[in-house]
Design a protein around this ligand. Structure first.
Ligand code: PEP
Ligand code: MN
Length: 337
């Protein structure tokens, strides 16, 4: 519910209504506007709540939030959210570019990746230290050693670090090194993990599960927001369909739909979304054209010898070309990149 207070409501009346919301078992969220204050009452709604709140002092009207997700919805917050983490900003005028290898492999690999993506204009460095691999026999990541290498790359380049956290018990460790916690597609509906990153004090990049609807993605984001973390970026990384010419099917209408439904910024991952290096440049510029607030791209100094996802990684030169292509589209749209 959204409790719209009258323009003349006093601080005491607002506080009274905040108290009423709590007594009804709902969480109040006060939004102070220029003209008036509104109080969002979030939680499980039961019949009679609207009528009860309507009788409060200085209440103009009580409106239901129609979307099942509340804090994520534009009904509650119409203006866009800009998420900032060190050098990275996503959701403002400038398109954020998170680039780097799928996995952190060794010092030389992550340092040369960081230098290359920085030189070409990336605003953050990606690299997995904890890797979710389909097979238990595949490379699982360097774990804490990988996090240390990412921190060293940040030290040298100034790039913010985006890296995945796979399990609740690793959240504190990963948050110690990372600027942004990535929740991978396979964990989008791991609700305990979502709650944990909601409390970790770091922005979150939440990737869409390959079989999740956008409503499920928004409800997953709601877990993080409801745990007290307002800094959530949503990421479209492709879904499972019957189509086999790409690794996943990358729907760009997602960006447009999400912008209508939520104030949270939207990042697109053309690397996982296509699974083929040759498709990444155009799908990146198409993402920018669709209005994406950010891109996340896999870039490796030597893709042929990458320990994971080399077949979809750009080399530094291809990344620089992709940036140049995307910048043209961005500038046509009045955005910076
Ligand atoms: C990744 O970013 O390397 C990754 C594992 O992505 P996803 O969770 O989207 O598969
Ligand atoms: Mn990958």
């Amino acid at each position: 519910m959204i409790v719209v207070m009258s323009k003349s409501a006093t601080q005491a009346e607002i506080e009274h209504m905040v108290q009423r919301v709590k007594e009804l078992g709902l969480k109040p969220h006060v939004i102070t506007g220029v003209e008036r204050t509104v109080i969002a009452a979030v939680g499980e709604e039961f019949t009679g709540v609207k009528e009860t709140l309507e009788t409060g002092p200085a209440v103009d009207e009580v409106l239901p939030i129609l979307a099942p997700y509340k804090r994520a919805s534009r009904e509650l917050k119409p203006e866009r959210t800009e998420v900032r983490a060190g050098s990275l900003s996503v959701g403002g005028k400038r398109i954020g570019v998170i680039a780097g290898p799928c996995s952190v492999e060794n010092e030389e690999q992550i340092m040369s990746s960081a230098r290359a993506v920085k030189a070409a204009g990336a605003t953050a460095l990606r690299g997995g230290a904890f890797k979710p691999r389909t097979s238990p026999y595949s490379f699982q990541g360097l774990k804490e050693k990988g996090l240390e290498l990412l921190a060293a790359a940040r030290q040298e380049t100034g790039l913010a670090i985006v890296t995945e956290v796979l399990a609740t018990e690793d959240v504190a460790l990963v948050a110690k090194y990372a600027d942004v916690l990535q929740i991978g597609a396979r964990n989008m509906q791991n609700y305990r993990l979502l709650e944990a990153v909601g409390q970790a004090g770091r922005p979150v990049l939440l990737k869409r599960g390959p079989a999740a609807t956008l409503e499920e993605l928004l409800l997953a984001a709601e877990y993080i927001l409801d745990a007290g973390n307002p800094d959530v970026m949503l990421c479209e990384r492709g879904i499972r369909t019957f189509e086999a010419h790409t690794r996943f099917t990358l729907p760009l209408a997602t960006v447009i739909y999400l912008h209508q439904k939520t104030h949270l910024p939207v990042v697109v991952d053309p690397s996982h979304g296509t699974g083929h290096t040759y498709m990444v440049p155009e799908m990146s510029s198409a993402s920018v054209a669709a209005g994406a607030d950010g891109l996340i791209l896999e870039v490796h100094p030597d893709p042929q010898h990458a320990m994971s996802d080399g077949y979809q990684s750009l080399n530094p030169e291809q990344f620089a070309q992709t940036m140049a292509l995307c910048r043209k589209v961005a500038s046509a749209l009045g955005k910076e990149m």
